[in-house]
Write a protein that binds this ligand. Structure first.
Ligand SMILES: *Cc1c(COP(=O)(O)O)cnc(C)c1O
Length: 370
């Protein structure tokens, strides 16, 4: 048996006719940049979230960068984010000219440790970017309170958490901006790069839209210098086909995760991912923790099971952040977990058979070790 880490072909196969038609329409109408397919996606995505604005951009990294720039964040400012994420979350902060300030993760849920945020706030702090990592909501209501108390912007990095919910509220709507990636492997994936920002703030929406489009809302009227970061028509048309299925796919992921956890919860030295109370985890990734991660990974590889690590080096310890001079003691949990976490195959089309085979292989590995 071979079990891929993600299987984009399975999903494409299930939608092939619709997708082919969508692509043909974009080409026939040469609606390559902006145009009706992009408008439709922005309207439908905003509606699905119950927010006033969706600003589509070129990718999920730009979504964060554009949000930060539209809020006027730049040199002299500090932005707080989490020690374990994809580098987009922190590199966008630095790329504005601001300084990135990392906070360790909480032991259970792999998201920012809310209790450690306030000690990192200085007069220069302008914003906090929690990441709803692996599809699990961060403790975003408490973060929102901290932001309100200190007058900080809350930007939620929802690249891995399309339609995840916390206390009944969909993530991405707690602060001024929610940012999304539609990278092909994400829960809602395009066939190339694409991203978006959602917001209820009219003024921020205008600034973000302008900045992402060369500083212009109308052709040739450049109010400021911006960048070129737009969703293209082909990606929008493909996302329009896929959007109606997202809740079904998220549900399938959740069911897959439940089956994994049921089969693995009693296995020695395997920690299955706990779900935060009052939240809907959408399982972009199913991440277990074990003290013999590398051996288990090799063992599963030999069994034909592909796995991933998200992420093998926590952000503060990457060469890119050497200049911050961080030590493992600064982020003990992220430092410890980077050697223990392992992401198992996870996608909506994953079958019970594949999950059972993977779980059984992990059980066998565990038995052999003892
Ligand atoms: C994927 C991802 C991004 C960036 O998205 P791209 O579309 O690849 O630029 C940002 N943050 C997190 C947490 C991600 O997983």
């Amino acid at each position: 048996m071979y079990i891929p880490f993600v299987d984009l072909k399975a999903q494409h196969h299930s939608l092939k006719t619709e997708i082919d038609q969508a692509i043909q329409s974009v080409i026939a109408e040469t609606a390559f940049i902006k145009g009706k397919y992009v408008d439709k996606f922005e309207n439908d995505y905003a509606d699905e979230y119950g927010v006033k604005h969706c600003i589509s951009v070129g990718n999920g990294t730009d979504a964060i960068y554009v949000a930060l720039r539209a809020l006027g964040i730049g040199p002299g400012d500090e932005v707080i984010t989490v020690a374990n994420s994809w580098i987009s979350t922190s590199e966008t902060i630095s790329n504005t000219g601001a300084r990135v300030v990392f906070v360790d993760i909480e032991p259970d849920f792999y998201t920012i440790d809310v209790k450690q945020i306030e000690e990192k706030i200085t007069p220069k702090t302008k914003a906090i970017i929690p990441v709803h990592l692996y599809g699990q909501p961060a403790g975003v209501d408490a973060i929102k309170e901290i932001c309100n108390k200190h007058g900080l912007f809350l930007i939620e990095d929802c690249a891995q958490a399309h339609f995840a919910k916390y206390k009944g509220q969909v993530v991405g709507t707690f602060g001024i901006a929610g940012t999304f990636s539609f990278y092909p492997g994400k829960n809602l994936g395009a066939y190339g790069d694409a991203g978006a920002i959602i917001t209820n703030d009219d003024d921020f929406a205008t600034k973000a839209r302008m900045f992402a489009n060369h500083g212009a809302l109308k052709k040739h009227q450049h109010e400021i210098e911006g960048i070129n970061s737009r969703m293209d028509g082909l990606q929008a048309a493909i996302l329009n086909v896929k959007l109606p299925y997202i809740h079904k796919w998220n549900r399938r992921r959740f069911e897959n995760a439940q089956l994994y956890s049921r089969l693995l919860s009693e296995v020695k030295d395997i920690n299955v991912p706990p779900i935060r109370e009052n939240s809907e985890h959408i399982f972009h990734l199913y991440v277990i923790r074990t003290s013999s991660r590398n051996e288990l990974r090799n063992y599963l590889d030999e069994k034909g099971i592909a796995t991933g690590i998200h992420y093998p080096t926590a952000l503060p310890f990457l060469p890119a952040y050497k200049y911050l001079n961080h030590t493992p003691q600064d982020f003990p949990i992220a430092s410890k977990y980077q050697d223990q976490i392992l992401s198992l195959p996870m996608f909506p089309e994953l079958t019970a058979k594949q999950i059972e085979y993977t779980a059984k292989s992990i059980q066998l590995f565990s038995n052999q070790k003892l």
